[in-house]
Design a protein around this ligand. Sequence first.
Ligand code: SIN
Length: 275
Amino acid sequence: MHHTKMAPQCGVEVSGVSLADCNDSELLEIKQTIYEHGVAVFRDQDFSPEDHIKFGRRWGGIDVNNYFPLQEDFNEIAVVKKEADQSTNIGGAWHTDHSYDQIPAMGSVLVARDLPPKGGDTMWAHMGAAYDALSDDLKAEIEGLEAYHTADHVYEEGGLYAQTDMGEHLRGQNLKTGAVHPVVIRHPQTGRKLLYVNSGFTINFVGQTREESLPLLTKLLDAALTDDNQCRLQWAPGTVAIWDNRTSWHNAMNDYAGHRREMHRITLSGEALAA
Ligand code: SIN
């Protein structure tokens, strides 16, 4: 397997392996790479929906997403799509998948199925590098803090998506979610300290109102993005990206008006997070 960095502190392109039939030691190497770099990109993969599901189960299990439409014939696959006549996309802001669950999904496996002629890139940011770059004062301020995460304001009736042309295509409007996680977690496998708040789902610090939390939360969200810790993927047919939802944030670019984009996503089961 050959690794090429996508940016100084985030993401790696991996060549020389077929995800559909990698052996156990290759799978271990892939896992370790993703835990460390946040996201790994694999080009020219022959990866059917059956392969996608088999890979997710082999990794350690699949958490089915509660909101996105599911692939008709393969219900463990969430369909992340935007039609040519829609203006809103899914995931078009910095976030990490499923942080609103008390046991959040470990990661996600996204496969390109139908791409616009240009645009529709995805960006990732590395939350280990983000934590390291915080000032000592800010690190001291967030030591021991916990934060509340929910998806209700995004997906509920009257929520963010409901006000857009994506609203009617989503499921789960009646669901209630809520989870508390440390603001700084230790990666369960690498032990690295990671900043674990995100603009999509983190609402407030425990013991503080949303208003009281906003100044520090905004400071952290702003500080988390640096040029060095972000990478950007230009998709092509056959591209698969696998990312770690603890190590990284991601953001889907919405710059392909008039064209269709369809991706298939499986979210990989995770574990409870600790400081
Ligand atoms: C997401 O999982 O948030 C969507 C990513 C993408 O469509 O590029």
